[in-house]
Design a protein around this ligand. Structure first.
Ligand code: HEC
Length: 140
């Protein structure tokens, strides 16, 4: 009888120890999971944000074909303003799409600085519209 009592006291002591150890261990492992989570949505690039949008897919392909990429990048000014800066300046309306399409076909200077954009008279109006809709989509 005496030895059975001793044994049950031992079991209780062990299970209390196991409980407190388990508690400490699980809180440490949950901390390390948090630190390896992906970056928050706010810091993704515009390309990442819109890459699955059909307007983005059609427009970025046409922009490459038409050679706009030589002077324009999505988020960085090179020869011309970044598309993100253009999208921030103009609302995405039918009037602005028509106006900017004409600007690209006829060329322009003075809206963004002293460097002119050459005229693109060889491009089809529909193709330029496709590109402008993509440019105006690129809002942060
Ligand atoms: C040789 C360089 C060059 C190429 C090629 C070029 N651009 Fe530009 N783009 C510029 C410059 C420079 C400006 C700024 C003009 C200004 O200050 O008015 C500009 C301005 C723009 C603007 C803003 C217009 C405004 O009035 O605010 C849009 C939209 C644009 N470009 C789209 C395009 C598209 C689409 C293409 C391809 C068909 C293209 N660009 C090709 C240099 C270029």
């Amino acid at each position: 009888m005496k030895s059975v009592k001793m044994l049950s006291v031992g079991v209780i002591t062990l299970s209390v120890l196991a409980y407190s150890c388990g508690g400490g261990g699980s809180s440490i492992s949950s901390e390390s999971t948090t630190s390896s989570q992906p970056a928050p949505a706010a810091s993704i690039s515009l390309e990442e944000k819109y890459k699955d949008d059909p307007v983005f897919i059609a427009g970025s392909a046409k922009a490459k074909e038409a050679g706009c990429t030589a002077c324009h990048m999505i988020e960085r000014k090179i020869v011309g303003p970044s598309y993100a800066d253009v999208a921030a300046k103009y609302d995405n309306t039918d009037e602005n799409v028509a106006m900017l399409t004409a600007t690209v076909i006829n060329g322009n200077v003075g809206n963004w600085g002293e460097v002119p954009m050459p005229a693109h008279p060889h491009l089809a109006k529909e193709d330029v519209e496709t590109i402008i809709k993509y440019v105006l989509l690129l809002k942060k």
